[in-house]
Design a protein around this ligand. Sequence first.
Ligand SMILES: *Cc1c(COP(=O)(O)O)cnc(C)c1O
Length: 446
Amino acid sequence: MKNAPTLRDDVHDGDVLRWARDMLDKSSSPRMMLQAVDEAVMRNELWRGQQCVNLLAPESPTSPLVRKLLSAEVGTRAAEGHIGPQQRWFTGTRYIDEIEALCIELLKRVFRTHYADHRLIASMLGNLAVYAAFTEPGDTIMSLSQPFGGHSSNRSDGPAGVRGLTIYDVPMDAQELTVDLEAFILLARKVQPKLVVLGASMTLFPFPLKAMAEIVSEWGGRIIFDGAHQLGLIAGGQFQDPLREGACVLTGSAGKTFSGPQSGIIVWDDPSLTPAISHAIFPTLVATHQVNRVAALAAAAAEFLAFGPEYMAQIVRNAQILGQALHDRGFTVLGAHKGFTQTHQVVLDVRQLGGGYEAAMHLADANIITNKNLIPGDRPEDWDFPSGLRLGTTEVTRLGMRDAEMTEIADLTAAVLLERQPIDQVRSRVIALRAGFQTLHYCFQR
Ligand SMILES: *Cc1c(COP(=O)(O)O)cnc(C)c1O
């Protein structure tokens, strides 16, 4: 393998793979190879964990107790199946049953639902479980296109496509950044989708869910809410509550605003849905479902009961302050006429500033971590070089930042993108800001 050329059609960056090959070639033993891995982890921990202002909307820092449980002994145990001795393949699961039952019951309390499942290792799989449970290949669904925040899991290039579904776009209003209800009613009555999937990776404002649920009920259709991003905000009462407004299932990522270990959650209320959902989870999509992660998820749910509502309210407040401060400094902030945001996200139109890719790379040079994002007006195929930039306030909020720091982050962002100040100088200011915020809040300390 020494100095092997980059393989044709490899999707990964050839330079980085070459770096890794060189690193391994230079290592005189497997132990040194292991050390190379460990050192990369430590470099990340120092940089992203201590010196960056992380504004990636899908991230949140997990609490010390959640991190401790992620490396627990129970993570080496196998526990396929449902809770209880007869429903497992394996014996020895007595305490694992307890951990999983505690997790389910905690999730039910946090989301105020009758049913919850804890076994999905990613929300991508949660969405696939929904499609497996409620559709047949060839069925029609409606979901949001990517420029309006739609996620591949509900599009032709993700689980919905794998299931062989015919997908129509939910019509959106580019000004109001929400569903164009009149256009939706016309199209939905025409194509009569079995499922309408709401929720998106880029979400600033709630959806007119009640009105949409009434429409789809005309032909027995269902609304599914993919709350990957908003899961914490929903549980904390800071966003619309999809199950109370007519959605029948809520899926979401535990590692986004919910601030637990990265994984998927499904919650629902209607008992008649339980057999189909449960079967889609096991034996269809998960077997060994990482019980260490389940324990960590249970701990995150308990912390959410204690701190979630206050934490989530501060996240949204910080996002609104950040949006206003960026607007005041001359950025084009989406949704300015509606108060910028009702979630953890702020979205900028940076097409005059070199586009989302350039802007995100410049900011990362200054230790401000964001992501390029498609925005209304982009085409779905503009994915690599979209016009938008997405910021999220989950992590900075958990680190204890508030109004004054949001204003400072807006200043630093302007210094990079509007004033083009020397990157080294801005980076020093970012490191200094972050140095004062190294403790996680809204969690038990030990
Ligand atoms: C992030 C995201 C997902 C995927 O969640 P994972 O837990 O990362 O698998 C699904 N849907 C939407 C809308 C998302 O933003």
